[in-house]
Design a protein around this ligand. Sequence first.
Ligand SMILES: NC(=O)c1ccc[n+]([C@@H]2O[C@H](COP(=O)([O-])OP(=O)(O)OC[C@H]3O[C@@H](n4cnc5c(N)ncnc54)[C@H](OP(=O)(O)O)[C@@H]3O)[C@@H](O)[C@H]2O)c1
Length: 193
Amino acid sequence: MAPADTKSVGIIGAGRIGKAMAQIARRAGRPVVIANSRGPQSLASLVQELGGGVTAGTVDDAAAADIVVLAVMWPDVSRAVDGLDWSGRVLIDATNDFDPSDLNGRTSSEVVADLVTPARVVKAANTFAAAVLASDPQQAGGQRVIFLSVTTPTPRPTSPTCSRPPDSSSSTSAGCAREATCNRSAAHSPATT
Ligand SMILES: NC(=O)c1ccc[n+]([C@@H]2O[C@H](COP(=O)([O-])OP(=O)(O)OC[C@H]3O[C@@H](n4cnc5c(N)ncnc54)[C@H](OP(=O)(O)O)[C@@H]3O)[C@@H](O)[C@H]2O)c1
């Protein structure tokens, strides 16, 4: 796997958010592979517009990157991630489900986490408009950042001392969504866009 500062980014979905995330990755100097369902040839003009460092690939190519961004509409999520090898992957889930009636009480991130097991899922970039994400984060003398709330499972105690009832936490972590019912630790940190 590449060193932290050169990790590749694969983007599944080449619409508004996919393009914005490609621009963010390029600002950070990361190589990008971007994909849609119609194949790389359909992305020729987009990769030309995005410039050097961005190549068009298949969904398999994008999913083989160190960091994978999921940027498809919610009804397309299952088909977009199906049949891929998610071992060792970090998936940034930028999707939104605007009709939660299909979630059965879970968060959409938990649904995605189950679909991409064993990838580690980070829910991010889903609350900014694509145009904002794509724009220069240096604004009015400051720098726009995204705050990430990451919940990670911690080892269970030898005696059960849950301070919260099972499933009381809204998890955005694949590991937590599947494994932990208590003793979760949360970290909040800004990530530059
Ligand atoms: N637009 C925003 O400002 C914004 C902001 C925050 C979050 N989001 C979320 O981001 C997600 C994408 O939104 P968007 O506005 O970028 O949508 P969009 O412009 O419609 O782009 C969706 C992309 O997904 C591709 N796609 C569809 N099915 C696919 C599949 N099976 N495999 C690979 N690619 C597939 C589409 O290309 P083909 O049909 O050619 O395959 C298209 O490139 C949504 O969940 C949305 O809620 C959007």
